[in-house]
Design a binder for this molecule. Structure first.
Ligand SMILES: *Cc1c(COP(=O)(O)O)cnc(C)c1O
Length: 662
């Protein structure tokens, strides 16, 4: 439920209410209780889902501005992260109690989902409390996790499971074995057979009894975008024949008791829970068989994949999921218990590596709108008439468009649409052939847009939009230019058409009157968002508010802020430096006694930093600029004052933010 504080006078702004806004943007559907709207029309975050403790996002943004921290800014809510982890813990605890399951549960956080230190440290601290663990998938991640688990401190650290997936070399495994000797509860998961040989070799050399996991290639297929994570053709894990060989190999080396964990991972964002059920069924059967063969198994690790309902539709579709955390937990526990009970095998400790489900909700990007571009509904008839007077002969397509525009009625909408499209096309080809002037081409364009708007307005009044006009709303929608890079802040939107919920964070007490798509500030035409979450349809434009120009001769627009939600998983690390737009600022916000508080400010990349990343020498560049300016001053192309200003802009620019500062 999105929480809506009902205004005392719901009719204050015409008939539009914040309840309608909440419904329009689907806050309750995808927000899952973490997002609401308050009486002032601002979007709020409810970090603990408690409606009496809301954080007003517009207030946070203006508070940050006062401190000199400008958008785009990524807000991270520590309390949401904690709430999510506790919710996962509780869901499994409840399922375990209800079903009288005798094993435990542990969620390990795969740091690849978001390796940012502040996120990982918080997860590590909570992991000690909640008996969760961490997962590493590469050498750098292993070293990070070993450090993190030391920093987390406390008596629980050495018990905290550390799972090592991914491919490992000899050095990696030697580190793992030594960390075991140090006292860490570290479990390397064998992805290919040679890793097992290395584990046995190093364990013997150091006299360590390691805890070993095996990743199994299941015959159950994964599903969705990450389908190839599972199945016999997957790049990971051992064939069943290799699993049997591994058991014999360990038996031969008197280490079969070290085989403690069985692992699979069937893909990320599993939208249909049936896929997972099949995989768990198969994995648990293998678990039981291996137990009977004498393996010292105690843990069943079903990998990640717990999804997030990005579009709020609760359906088996890429950006959604058809289950809740509670249902996920209940199903997992039920399946494992059923198979183990049948086989009379002790219930294992269940591990999940639910990265996305832990961290996705915790981060929100807020960006400012820099300006808009419109396909006007008003053709500006006086200007068209004036232009026509200057023509010797007004071109036929322009006359046709004019005629269509003037004579449009409810009865001839389809005809008008076809006629105007044809006339517009004719006008464009005549222009290319040099037969009509630039002024007449402009008139044709404006008339065409105006006819489109008129058709749309009239057609929308009649219930469903006829198929012919399906493309009209999109092709006539506004373009909102936003201060961000899609490639840096939401790369999955570009790479895999992932949908993220997007909502203006203020003015929700006003009815949005525009439809728009969003463009970023990269010079890449792919840097745009033209698909939006909706419960029912593929939505190609977003309802937005009119953005007014600043009054007087001031250049620019009034502040308008748009929030992109559920960005906590994968987006930060997959983001890239396209156009050298760097990391945004990130600010940790928490609930304090009296309101929101800033816990941490992580400055975004400076221009200098991104240039150095691509090997520029800043000192060299400054020296070269200074000499060039000096020469220009000598030759009187610049005054000394101008030279000084340019040098100052250059220096300040290098130290500044990579985004536009408005
Ligand atoms: C990526 C990955 C995960 C995390 O998956 P989510 O969908 O984020 O839960 C877990 N385990 C393994 C082995 C992975 O590769």
């Amino acid at each position: 439920m999105a929480t809506v504080t009902t205004p005392k006078n719901a009719f204050l702004h015409g008939r539009w209410t914040i309840e309608e806004a909440a419904k329009l943007y689907g806050l309750a559907d995808w927000g899952k209780g973490y997002v609401g709207v308050n009486q002032a029309g601002n979007v709020t975050v409810l970090p603990t889902k408690d409606p009496t403790r809301q954080i007003d996002l517009a207030e946070v943004i203006s508070g940050l501005r006062e401190r000199g921290i400008h958008t785009p800014v990524l807000l991270r809510f520590n309390d949401i992260l904690e709430h999510r982890l506790r919710e996962i813990r509780k869901s499994f605890d409840d399922a375990i109690t209800e079903q009288q399951y005798t094993g435990g549960y542990c969620c390990v956080y795969p740091i690849k989902v978001n390796q940012q230190r502040h996120i990982c440290e918080q997860v590590a601290n909570l992991a000690v409390q909640l008996q969760f663990g961490l997962e590493a998938g590469s050498k750098p991640e292993l070293l990070a996790v070993l450090g993190l688990s030391a920093v987390a401190g406390g008596p629980g650290v050495n018990g905290m499971p550390i799972i090592c997936n991914g491919f490992k070399d000899s050095e990696f495994i030697e580190t793992v074995i030594l960390a075991t000797k140090l006292g860490r509860n570290i479990i390397p998961v064998v992805e290919k057979f040679s890793e097992l040989e290395l584990i046995v070799k190093h364990a013997k050399a150091y006299g360590v009894r390691p805890r070993i996991g095996l990743r199994v290639k299941l015959s159950s297929k994964g599903a969705g975008r990450w389908e190839s994570s599972a199945g016999v053709r997957s790049k990971f894990g051992l064939f069943i024949s290799e699993v049997i060989t591994a058991v014999e190999y360990l038996r031969k080396h008197e280490m079969l008791d070290c085989l403690n964990l069985l692992h699979c991972h069937v893909g990320s964002q599993l939208f249909d829970i049936r896929v997972l059920k099949n995989a768990i069924n198969e994995l648990t059967h293998i678990y039981c068989e291996l137990s009977k063969m004498g393996a010292g198994l105690t843990m069943l690790d079903i990998g990640g994949g717990m999804g997030v309902d990005y579009d709020g539709s609760q359906s088996a579709w890429h950006s959604s999921i058809n289950y809740t955390v509670q249902e996920y937990a209940a199903d997992v526990v039920y399946r494992i218990k059923a198979v183990c009970d049948d086989a009379k095998v002790t219930h294992p400790t269940i591990l999940t590596e639910s990265g996305r489900a832990m961290v996705a909700y915790g981060s929100v990007l807020v960006m400012d709108v820099l300006g808009t571009s419109r396909f006007e509904a008003d053709p500006d008839m006086p200007a068209i008439e004036a232009a026509m007077k200057l023509e010797q002969e007004v071109p036929q397509p322009v006359l046709d468009l004019l005629d269509t525009y003037v004579n449009l009625t409810d009865r001839n909408l389809v005809e008008a649409f076809h006629d105007s499209t044809q006339a517009r096309d004719e006008a464009m080809s005549l222009f290319s052939l040099g037969y009509i002037s630039l002024q007449m081409r402009a008139a044709a364009e404006r008339l065409f847009w105006a006819i489109g708007h008129k058709i749309l307005e009239r057609a929308s009044k009649k219930s469903e939009l006829p198929d012919e006009f399906e493309s009209l709303p999109e092709s006539l929608s506004d373009i909102y230019f936003c201060n961000f890079s899609l490639f840096q802040s939401m790369p999955d939107s570009w790479a895999i058409d992932q949908l993220f919920p997007i909502v203006p964070i203020h003015r929700l007490n006003e009815q949005p009157t525009r439809h728009g798509v969003l463009s970023d500030i990269t010079c890449d035409s792919d840097g745009k968002i033209d698909h939006f979450v909706d419960k029912r349809i593929d939505k190609k434009t977003l309802e937005l508010h009119e953005v007014k120009n600043l009054p007087g001769d001031e250049i620019g627009v009034e502040p308008y802020y748009i929030g992109v939600f559920l960005l906590g998983a994968y987006q930060e690390i997959l983001g890239d430096l396209h156009n050298l737009l760097g990391d945004t600022h990130a600010v940790h916000i928490s609930l304090g006694e009296t309101g929101w508080e800033i816990d941490e400010v992580i400055d975004g990349d400076t221009v200098e930093e991104v240039l150095q990343y691509v090997q520029y020498d800043i000192a060299d560049m400054k020296r070269a600029m200074r000499l060039d300016i000096e020469a220009a001053c000598r030759q009187n192309r610049l005054t000394l004052a101008e030279g000084k200003s340019l040098m100052k802009y250059y220096d300040d620019g290098l130290e500044g933010y990579t985004y536009l500062e408005t």
